[in-house]
Ligand binder design. Structure first.
Ligand SMILES: Nc1ncnc2c1ncn2[C@@H]1O[C@H](COP(=O)(O)OP(=O)(O)OP(=O)(O)O)[C@@H](O)[C@H]1O
Length: 242
């Protein structure tokens, strides 16, 4: 028998091939294929309801895959539960509230990172989102949606996630905060070498932070390119305007 050789060292951090998914009978994500190299940041853009969140949930294993495959750093993840996908080093920063709302910021961190790693978690919070250090005793439910996502992102980075799937971190944030966020995320990537897939509606932020972009239109990748290309903004806008 020939055993297929899996080259985990040079494999992309994430490879999605022909992935279709959705909800009871409704196909929302249609034959999506994409690959992200280690340490690369990809922004997935698109209008409301085009399937961006559904794509992330399917990759994480929260939704059934109707077709296609997901490979994480060379390991087949198509049939894994969300728990097992997370154990491959995938951090999911969900759109809906994913923290224990009645526990404090500190308690939420402690539940995820135990013992000596807690100092590392606090160091990560300080390096990336220092405002959270002043909120350690505050209930997570009283943070804004965007602040909760920053806490989730810092927690994932501190627990060693190699790949972050981030659902609209800019949603509801003030423009001044969004302006700073791109730099914060790029510096977190530099510190940890983390690969990121950012689902975004905020085009200037997405192009500032991501190396590459892809537009999802009715569940399909309509167009993709590099953020550095001079016509990137115009090409994306073509899909976002009604
Ligand atoms: N739980 C669900 N059951 C059935 N259909 C759903 C469910 N969640 C989402 N959908 C449908 O799937 C489609 C894609 O939704 P999705 O949330 O993935 O879009 P999106 O691009 O992330 O948009 P948004 O930015 O508004 O979240 C929409 O038509 C939506 O109505």
């Amino acid at each position: 028998m020939i055993t297929p050789h899996v080259d985990t060292h040079h494999a992309p951090a994430l490879e999605v091939a022909g992935l279709s998914s959705g909800y009871a009978g409704a196909v929302v994500v249609r034959e999506v294929s994409l690959a992200i190299g280690a340490g690369e940041i990809l922004a997935v853009l698109g209008k409301n309801g085009m399937g961006k969140s559904t794509l992330l949930k399917a990759m994480m294993g929260f939704l059934p895959k109707m077709a296609g495959s997901v490979t994480i750093a060379g390991t087949a993840a198509t049939r894994l539960s969300p728990h097992r996908v997370a154990r491959l080093g995938v951090g999911y920063v969900a759109q809906e509230k994913a923290l224990f709302q009645d526990l404090t910021v500190e308690e939420n961190l402690k539940l995820a990172v135990r013992g000596p790693d807690f100092a590392a978690a606090l160091a990560e919070v300080e390096a990336s989102f220092p405002f959270l250090l002043q909120r350690l005793k505050q209930r997570a439910g009283t943070l804004s949606g965007g602040e909760q996502k920053m806490l989730l992102m810092a927690r994932s980075l501190a627990t060693g996630a190699r790949l972050l799937l981030v659902d609209e971190i800019t949603e509801g944030l003030q423009p001044s905060v969004i302006d700073r966020l791109a730099g914060v995320i790029r510096s977190a990537r530099e510190r940890h070498g983390t690969t990121m897939l950012l689902v975004e509606q905020h085009l200037p932020f997405a192009l500032a932070v991501a190396d590459r972009w892809a537009v999802l239109d009715r569940g399909e990748i309509a167009e993709a390119g590099a953020s550095s290309e001079p016509d990137a903004r115009a090409r994306v806008l073509k899909h976002l305007s009604v």
